[in-house]
Design a protein around this ligand. Structure first.
Ligand SMILES: *[C@@H]1O[C@H](CO)[C@@H](O)[C@H](O)[C@H]1NC(C)=O
Ligand SMILES: *[C@@H]1O[C@H](CO)[C@@H](O)[C@H](O)[C@H]1NC(C)=O
Length: 627
């Protein structure tokens, strides 16, 4: 029941002063608390067990406490326990109290006594006492496994009883309701009709009883009861099979046995389901690291697994771990970014050949660098200045690219680590911090490297690429044709220059003296620029691949271990700490699994005995028949 599995139980309900407590006392043969207002303020689970010794053993169990008590002190003990559970006022509580009664001759029965139903609050009871009590009662009588023992006073009209109204709400046909009629001696007139006409649909039948009066002993009371139903002019007409406490006890034991037999297979299934569910849940819970060895093992396991994942997605382009997540198909995404970067470099340095500025920069620079010397030498400074201007234009792009790339990598690494750390939340913050530090370092190195590359392109001009000479020559081959067009004013002013497209050249007609040199230098810069851009893209790509290899294959493991094991970090001990809520949950799960396993064994034993005996009744009734 602790695990939410409904067991067949007999739930005792009744209006206030219906004699409910007296019936229970008579069944158990002990005295229960009596007092003003509601005496039962918490559900009282009474577990009656017949036993062979004459010594009566009474035991109270509540809130994981077990208290031994005696017949003389049981009332006080119940009151103390009730006050502990529900407070000293008149409040009521859902938390049950269990009373185990081991006494020779009692029927083997477990019943739950619920607070009596009262409409009007009295003696400082809470205003909503009726709702509170109804809720508790509904909780207990709603499950279809519950048997409802409805205690009715013979002195009232049954259909007006609150307890009848309630049990009819959950058990319309009355198939699991049994009625006990108390105070038969006080209202014998018409009782026979009441129980035979059954106006209130009691499926399991009626039992009429006479409770103990005053300080009669239980034996005396039984004798008086028997006499009453034997000799009373009206009551003696009632069939003997439905009168007396012993009949009630026998009936309850039979009903309980039948109900257990009916419910057992379902209970077994529920226990198994719940057990499997809990075992699964426990195994999926974050691992508890009990020793430094465990922690080391976990750490290497995580870093190893994360490394493998990162290697696959960042370096090898294998993304079976993330088939649907496009973000994690890293090699493809990085290639995309590189491609974009290269396009940006070209488009940013492209120029407008139709604006009438063609060769103007070159000519101006040549004019400025004119010196005393032969006119057909091209000054190198002009080339370098032009190159620097181009590099300047794009200088920020490689840095932007690297920043974007690293933030993407950080994202991916974070995702992978989070996935692998899911089972070890206590390692998470330190591991993430360590990798963030590492990535920040790598990013810094990349930035420095990129700055250096850009600087190099600014101040140095070199390539061993044979394409340079070849492409330059093929561009230069167009020079003579261009010059012809420029010199002949009757030619159109648009010239189709290979490698540039349509070029506006009209403005060059007045400047023809410098055009040839300017054209030469422009072609050199153009051809060389292509090589520069390609070189930048290639170097960045190479650098990136190198950094990632280094990071994944080497630095990450070291960084994480340093971060977690560093002397100022609290070292391995910190990894062993687990959040209290997690530890608590683990312990609860553990307890619950243990309890379910025990229950499973108990039920399995019962089932074995049933199949061995062939008949269920044998085991359940043997004690009773002895009694
Ligand atoms: C200039 O171009 C025109 C038109 O194409 C052509 O007829 C003429 O011969 C050219 N003049 C010279 C000097 O080449
Ligand atoms: C859970 O139970 C197992 C065995 O029953 C025990 O070894 C283990 O220490 C328990 N764990 C916790 C957290 O209580």
């Amino acid at each position: 029941m602790k695990e939410g599995i409904q067991l067949p139980t007999i739930v005792v309900v009744g209006d206030q002063s219906s004699g409910k407590s007296s019936v229970l006392e008579s069944l158990a043969g002990i005295s229960l608390p009596r007092g003003q207002g509601i005496c039962t303020r918490v559900p009282l689970i009474m577990r009656l067990q017949d036993h062979h010794s004459d010594k009566v053993e009474l035991q109270l169990e509540y809130e994981s406490k077990t208290i031994q008590t005696s017949e003389a002190r049981v009332s006080d003990a119940i009151n103390v326990a009730t006050e502990e559970i529900a407070g000293t006022g008149k409040g009521i509580s859902h938390t049950p109290l269990t009373l185990v009664v081991r006494k020779k001759g009692v029927p083997d029965l477990t019943m739950i006594d619920l607070p009596g139903i009262t409409r009007v609050p009295v003696h400082g009871q809470p205003e909503d006492i009726y709702e509170q009590i109804s809720n508790i009662i509904k909780d207990y009588i709603s499950p279809k496994e519950s048997i409802i023992l409805n205690v009715l006073s013979a002195t009232v009209d049954f259909p007006t009883c609150e307890s009848i109204r309630m049990s009819q709400l959950v058990d319309k046909t009355g198939e699991r309701t049994l009625a006990v009629v108390t105070k038969s001696d006080r209202a014998p007139e018409g009782l026979l009709e009441k129980v035979t006409t059954d106006a209130i649909n009691i499926g399991l039948g009626y039992v009429c009883v006479r409770n103990r009066i005053g300080d009669e002993s239980y034996e005396e009371a039984r004798t008086k009861e028997a006499e009453l139903f034997e000799s009373h002019p009206l009551l003696s007409k009632i069939d003997k099979s439905i009168v007396g406490i012993p009949v009630l006890a026998q009936k309850l034991v039979e009903i309980q046995a039948a109900s257990i037999a009916r419910c057992l297979p379902e209970i077994v299934k529920k226990i198994n389901d719940k057990l499997n569910q809990n075992v699964d849940e426990l195994s999926q819970m974050p691992q508890n690291l009990a020793s430094a060895g465990d922690a080391m093992k976990a750490l290497f396991h995580i870093t190893g697994a994360a490394k493998d994942s990162l290697k696959k997605i960042l370096l090898q382009g294998e993304f079976e771990e993330y088939p649907e997540d496009k973000k994690m198909h890293c090699t493809a995404r990085m290639a995309d970014m590189l491609h974009d970067f290269s396009n940006q470099l070209y488009s940013k340095s492209a120029e407008d050949t139709l604006s009438g500025n063609f060769l103007i920069d070159e000519i101006k620079l040549l004019e400025e660098s004119e010196g005393i010397g032969l006119p057909n030498f091209i000054p190198r400074t002009v080339f370098l200045v032009l190159l620097q201007r181009k590099v300047d234009q794009i200088a920020v792009l490689p840095l932007v690219f690297m920043t974007k790339m690293w933030s993407y990598i950080e994202d991916v690494v974070g995702d992978v680590l989070t996935r692998h750390l899911a089972a070890y939340p206590q390692l998470k913050s330190a591991t993430i911090r360590a990798t963030q530090n590492l990535l920040a370092q790598s990013k810094k190195q990349s930035e420095n490297h990129v700055r250096e590359l850009v600087q190099m392109e600014m101040i140095a001009d070199y390539t061993s690429n044979p394409e340079y000479m070849k492409n330059w020559a093929s561009l230069m081959a167009q020079r003579d044709r261009l010059m012809e067009v420029i010199r002949n004013a009757s030619q159109p002013s648009l010239f189709n220059l290979n490698g540039f497209g349509q070029v506006q050249v009209g403005h060059l007609r007045q400047k023809s003296s410098m055009v040839e040199q300017a054209f030469d230098i422009k072609m050199r810069v153009t051809v060389y620029w292509k090589i520069v851009v390609m070189r930048l893209v290639d170097s960045l790509a190479m650098h990136l691949l190198f950094s990632l290899q280094k990071l994944v294959n080497h630095d990450m493991l070291h960084g994480i271990v340093d971060e977690l094991m560093g002397p100022q970090r609290g070292g391995i001990e910190r990894m062993l700490e687990e959040s209290p809520s997690l530890a608590g949950k683990r312990e609860r799960m553990n307890r619950s699994i243990k309890l379910l396993k025990q229950s499973k064994d108990v039920v399995a034993n019962i089932m074995d005995r049933i199949s061995a005996d062939g008949q269920f009744d044998n085991i359940l009734f043997q004690d009773q028949s002895e009694a």
